[in-house]
Design a protein around this ligand. Structure first.
Ligand code: ARG
Length: 345
């Protein structure tokens, strides 16, 4: 508790110092994602823009409505960050989230882009808003995306993936092009090397004067001098690495950083390979939407008709435990999020 207050205090000092420094350096900011270039349209066909459907319905552009990124990992499923789908009341109403695939320019989207509804959001039950641990969520789309040239899925890295240290990864998004700057209208990409968690921890310790930032569930990418990074609005989006069979694999999810592109302050990503079993479990729940049993509001976790009674009972107990954990985690996260310095999101 005490160290948490200290962290918040230090975080605020760092943030306000950062604002002062970035204002002083305003003339020499970098151009893109931070330090990246415009992607070729369709080059990252799993890229998802998470948007507010109510804004689009009210006539705002996708650019104005976009708030996070995501990755299409199956025709019906988007991987994103837990912090993108949680609000102060817990899990955001899926009706307030839309997923756009096949877009490049969010002001004047290419014909053929698809705006899909979200049927259910599954943030990781152990997401910790203070530490950023387990910052992963899956969204089940209201209908499967049509996959064709400009829209494809990306396979998440499996649990056999090693540390990835030294691999040059690519991050994509419409997020801010400088710390506290505006988002990009077109999709941007930047190549950043993955560094070891030990290196990441030590750079953050040096630059922030703090300890224990980086958990095993995170992977960092960055240069010693900063300059290239993801930034606000890129959250939830993909960090991909080349892979032999499939071309690219999803290795990370944009999660947090201290400011953007600062020296010795790498971007921190959710380490996707740690969640292979979790992803599989969420994507294959025994759900039966047409069941006439009274499943309550949590029908998506209900046992399927063929399930043996005692399986259904133990599942009900598990669901209850899961809900309690979630209630506590999100209640805590909501309180902490208000305290958390903006520089850390
Ligand atoms: N949490 C931010 C978001 O919601 C992403 C921050 C990434 N920061 C970084 N320096 N890589 O968009």
């Amino acid at each position: 508790m005490k160290s948490h207050r200290l962290r918040v205090l230090l975080g605020s000092v760092v943030f306000f110092t950062g604002v002062a420094v970035s204002q002083a350096a305003a003339g020499q900011e970098h151009a893109f994602i931070v330090g990246g270039v415009e992607a070729a349209p369709g080059a990252w066909p799993w890229q998802v823009a998470l948007i507010r459907p109510s804004l689009v319905a009210a006539g705002y552009s996708l650019y104005d409505a976009q708030f996070c990124g995501g990755s299409l990992i199956a025709r019906e499923w988007v991987a994103t960050a837990a912090h993108c789908v949680l609000d102060d009341n817990g899990i955001a109403d899926p009706a307030t989230i839309g997923a756009v695939v096949g877009a490049h320019n969010l002001e004047t989207p290419e014909p053929g882009y698809q705006q899909l509804g979200v049927a259910a959001a599954y943030p990781h039950a152990l997401y910790n808003g203070a530490s950023g641990d387990n910052d992963i969520a899956l969204l089940r789309l209201a209908r499967p995306a049509d996959v064709s040239g400009g829209v494809q899925t990306v396979p998440p890295l499996g649990d056999a993936a090693g540390s990835l240290e030294g691999v040059v990864a690519t991050v994509t998004g419409w997020g801010a092009t400088s710390e506290a700057g505006a988002g990009s209208v077109v999709l941007l990409q930047v190549e950043i090397p993955i560094i070891s968690n030990a290196q990441c921890e030590s750079w953050l310790d040096d630059s922030q004067g703090q300890q224990s930032w980086v958990t095993d569930n995170m992977v960092c990418a960055g240069f010693m001098n900063g300059e290239k990074d993801s930034c606000q609005g890129d959250s939830g989006g993909p960090l991909v690495v080349p892979s032999a069979g499939t071309g690219w694999s999803l290795a990370g999810i944009v999660s947090w950083g201290m400011g953007c592109a600062r020296a010795q302050s790498p971007g921190v990503y959710t380490r996707v390979s740690r969640y292979a079993a979790w992803v599989e479990q969420i994507m294959k729940p025994p759900r039966d939407d047409s069941s006439d049993e009274d499943d309550g509001p949590f029908a998506c976790f209900a046992a399927s008709p063929g399930t043996k009674r005692h399986d259904a009972d133990s599942r009900a107990v598990l669901d209850l435990v899961w809900l309690l954990v979630l209630a506590f985690a999100t209640r805590g996260a909501a309180t902490r999020r208000r305290l958390r310095p903006r520089a850390r999101v």
